[in-house]
Design a protein around this ligand. Structure first.
Ligand SMILES: *Cc1c(COP(=O)(O)O)cnc(C)c1O
Length: 397
């Protein structure tokens, strides 16, 4: 198949990472099998020498199992297609993709600017590991503050857009302009977009980080992360760090992600349409103070979403005019929503967001409200709305 930049991503997702034909039989399975291995063996020393030379030159040549063989390589190709990147490094979870990025791009004495809406465990990484390595972080609330917060040792601008609690859209092109002016690397956590509905690299970011655990896997049955870039120098650092830290992904997990991603187009479209219908329903309820979902026209980030995104997903947060006790009763009364973290699988999920989690978020100054995050799954939309209706009725009774 000729590769053309005009081929739609939906098509590429069905035709990337397929099995090659067997040279003798001329046959191939449609789905590439999981190629498990710890050790790679070579026909003779000459073959090993060739492999070592190509590897030293930067080619993806496997001489040992940690890097993963064809299944992992196929998944890397899929992430490159999704994100519009030229290099992809897999990690055993989304969080390890974040740590790979930080450890590749920061050294002792360096400083990073991180958006205050960042995925919670990034603060834990900062407090436990980065500080110990003498790497410092300043969290910023507004893009207007960046100039004042930048230090001489600032090397990295790390953002998440939209945030994963209130779904604030950041202006990635403006952040890229700032980063380029000061020689900083701009890295974006793109788990929300997963390369399908939002492409930070095309908007100017240098690195895109994805938790494949969410929409790429899509079935709540694996942990996986990826880091994608188009920048050769950054790719080299990521490659070294991935190798040095021993980040390895099982071929079975890579296979599950490959299997999941083929249906990403229809899943994402359905999640998004259903979530928007749920927003319309929620707005009609007296218990609802505000809806956070960038595809929702009243969301403060809607204009940026229209400019920078090509779609939406099933994530939304709803601010309730209910006290904590009633909000918790609402969550407990839901029957179709699993109470749990994470998202991006086929099922609906609910998270009661602890108020302390929201303290650093500039968008949140509504002390009298409670916040509940919903992932709208692939259940029939009307059943989801019926469930939300009975739970809101019970909570406010
Ligand atoms: C879930 C998530 C991660 C971490 O992914 P894991 O695979 O759970 O480690 C990182 N960033 C965002 C935005 C996430 O939602």
């Amino acid at each position: 198949m000729a590769s053309s930049t005009r081929t739609h991503i939906d098509t590429l997702l069905q035709h990337t990472g397929t099995a090659a034909f067997d040279e003798v039989s001329g046959a191939a399975p449609v789905a590439l099998p999981p190629m498990r291995t710890s050790t790679v063996r070579f026909k003779d020393l000459a073959a090993l020498d060739v492999a070592q030379k190509r590897k030293a030159a930067g080619d993806r040549v496997v001489t040992y199992g940690r890097m993963g063989m064809d299944t992992n390589a196929a998944l890397e190709d899929v992430f490159k297609q999704l994100e519009g990147g030229t290099h992809c490094y897999l990690a055993p979870s989304g969080l390890s993709a974040v740590t790979m990025t930080m450890l590749a791009l920061l050294s002792a004495g360096d400083h990073a600017l991180v958006s205050d809406n960042v995925y919670g465990p990034v603060r834990y990484l900062d407090q436990t590991v980065l500080q110990r390595l003498n790497i410092s972080i300043t969290y910023f609330s507004s893009q207007d503050d960046l100039e004042a917060l930048r230090q001489d040792n600032t090397k990295l601008l790390y953002v998440e857009s939209p945030g994963s609690l209130l779904f604030e859209m950041l202006d990635i092109p403006a952040l890229a302009t700032f980063a380029n002016r000061h020689g900083l690397v701009l890295a974006a956590d793109n788990t929300w977009g997963s390369g399908y509905i939002y492409r930070p690299l095309e908007l100017g970011a240098h690195v895109s980080v994805i938790a494949g655990t969410k929409y790429v896997g899509g079935h709540s049955d694996l942990m996986l992360g990826a880091v994608v870039t188009t920048n050769e120098a950054i790719a080299k650092k990521l490659n070294q760090t991935q190798y040095a830290m021993g980040y390895a992904v099982s071929a079975d997990d890579a296979w599950l992600a490959l299997r999941g991603v083929r249906t990403l187009p229809i899943r994402m479209t359905h999640h998004a349409a259903s979530a928007l219908t749920v927003c319309t329903f929620l707005e009609s309820r007296p218990e609802v103070a505000r809806i956070h979902h960038p595809a929702w026209a009243k969301d403060p980030g809607h204009a940026l979403w229209q400019r920078d995104c090509t779609g939406s997903n099933g994530m939304l947060a709803v601010a309730l005019k209910l006290d904590a006790e009633r909000a918790r009763r609402f969550v407990d009364a839901l029957t179709l929503f699993g109470i749990g973290f994470s998202w991006g699988g086929y099922e609906s999920l609910v998270q009661y967001v602890e108020p302390s989690t929201l303290t650093p978020h500039r968008y949140w100054n509504h002390a009298t409200e409670t916040l509940v995050r919903l992932h709208i799954g692939l259940e029939a939309t009307q059943d989801i709305i019926d469930d939300l209706t009975q739970a809101l009725d019970r909570a406010s009774a």
